[in-house]
Design a protein around this ligand. Structure first.
Ligand code: PLP
Length: 467
């Protein structure tokens, strides 16, 4: 192969990608293939002589229409996924083409500076302390990990313990406070950091999944020594926000580190209309969020933000004799993330923020919330359908006939129907359909067509049940 070989195979990929993206808004949203079929197509003994690269690309692309779920569809409402902006995808293609190792400035001045600027724009957009440091990681799981590693360093350093050098054995005890409704990735991040899940102090939450401040206050009075509080902006089921200002005041009164998981909720700060939900969030010490969810850049991209640069850097930095590390204005991303070699995943963030501007991001966030409210109102007006949450953001929980089995049957029926895709959850012991609107492409008509499909399936399931 030679450098000339890039052209034909990339042209193929471009044609396949364009066809996929153009067909996506109209296609059946779910996957339509069995595991056996797909395995039969993809599995073959690894050949000795290899195959024609263009044929390999054709083979993979040929499966995407059926075997990939159309997560970028304007009528995909599963989990909290987010679509992809054209400019984000284009920038991501460039990142792959450049094949830069974004760990060190010396390897890629371009990626280092683009990410540095993108980080500053995020601080500005979220109105967080401008002295904070930003690391681009794979997702909010790793953003929680990075922030909580900085927190672990910070609270232990303040009592004279160097956790990076001496570890946790024999260290002063660190109290870790989470809520009954913390996202599972916060628990996992803490587990990776040596704080076993059984040791976590869980504060009760209210009917919307918000941490109860009265219970936190009671708990804080019983705690001494280094303490980390993990709060949440945007509950993965209800979209609810913990009362962040009150929690921040308690954290500050007790000298605790406050970390906020704002995987998608932090984006409420981009809208004046919604920012009040996250009131006081700027008082925290660290914030984890995702760009691959609500900013609609391709997977993967999470963002770790830490107010205290020294704690962040000490928890993450690595040095080795052969590294060429920088000082001053030139920034080595390796100092702010767990990864050593890494993809320049902040570059699509740079491109997307630059293309959208402040108004574009606000518009994206507000439109998604408007569509969520539209769907909640239309569904909730129908007899036998109940909306279980206060729709404050982009998340809606729907229950059918006040019945778990019926609700499950509607979810399955809607997935099979293919007009839209969504999944289920259990909320306070009740089965529910979960709708998350987080794609720039979702229009009022998409929301209406999806509601119509859900109602059609509901009537059908009821009819079959009565027969
Ligand atoms: C999605 C999500 C996470 C995990 O983010 P990943 O990007 O999947 O690692 C953490 N917290 C909340 C609230 C989430 O919604």
């Amino acid at each position: 192969m030679t450098a000339d070989d890039f052209g034909p195979v990339l042209a193929k990929a471009h044609a396949h990608a364009t066809a996929y993206l153009t067909a996506q808004p109209e296609r059946h949203v779910g996957a339509r293939c069995s595991h056996a079929e797909l395995d039969g197509v993809l599995r073959t003994p690894l050949t000795s002589r290899g195959e024609d690269p263009a044929a390999v690309i054709d083979l993979l692309a040929g499966q995407a229409g059926n075997a990939a779920v159309a997560c970028g569809s304007p009528r995909y409402f599963g989990f909290v996924i987010g679509g992809t902006y054209p400019v984000a995808l284009a920038a991501d293609w460039l990142v792959s083409s450049w094949d830069q190792n974004a760990g060190l400035y010396a390897i890629s001045p371009l990626c280092s500076v683009a990410e540095d600027v993108a980080g500053d724009w995020l601080l500005d957009l979220f109105d967080l302390p401008r002295e904070s440091e930003v690391g681009f990681v794979t997702g909010c799981q790793m953003a929680n990990f990075t922030c909580l590693a900085a927190a672990r360093h910070g609270v232990l350093a303040r009592v004279g313990w160097d956790v990076e050098a001496d570890g946790l054995c024999g260290a002063p005890k660190v109290n870790i406070v989470t809520s009954a409704e913390s996202h599972v990735t916060v628990d996992v991040a803490l587990r990776y950091l040596g704080f076993g899940t059984r040791s976590l102090l869980r504060v009760e939450s209210d009917d919307q999944g918000r941490m109860r401040v009265d219970r936190l206050q009671e708990l804080m009075q019983t705690l001494e020594g280094p303490t980390i509080i993990c709060a949440q902006a945007g509950n993965v089921n209800t979209g609810a926000f913990d009362p962040l200002r009150e929690i921040a005041q308690l954290a500050s009164a007790h000298g605790a580190w406050l970390h906020v998981d704002g995987a998608f909720g932090l984006w409420a700060r981009a809208s004046e209309r919604l920012a009040g939900l996250a009131d006081g969030i700027e008082l925290a010490d660290s914030w984890a969020t995702d760009a691959h969810k609500w900013l609609n850049v391709p997977y993967d991209c999470g963002v770790a933000i830490v107010r205290h640069a020294e704690d962040h850097r000490k928890a993450m930095t690595s040095t080795a004799a052969y590294l060429i590390q920088t000082r001053g204005a030139e920034r080595d991303p390796v100092d702010w993330v767990p990864e050593f070699s890494r993809r320049a995943r902040g570059v699509p963030v740079y491109a997307t923020l630059r293309a959208l501007g402040r108004d574009g991001v606000r518009d994206l966030v507000e439109r998604c919330c408007d569509r969520a409210r539209q769907m909640a109102q239309a569904l909730g007006a129908h007899p036998g359908i109940e909306i279980l949450n206060e729709v404050v953001l982009n998340q809606v929980l729907v229950r059918f006939g006040d019945d778990d089995a019926l609700t499950r049957a509607v979810i399955e029926g809607v997935q099979k129907d293919g007009t839209c895709w969504l999944s289920g959850t259990t909320w306070h012991g009740m089965g529910a359909m979960r709708i998350s609107v987080s794609n720039w492409q979702t229009t009022e008509a998409d929301a209406a067509a999806s509601v119509a499909a859900i109602l059609r399936v509901f009537e059908e399931v009821k009819r079959l049940g009565e027969a």
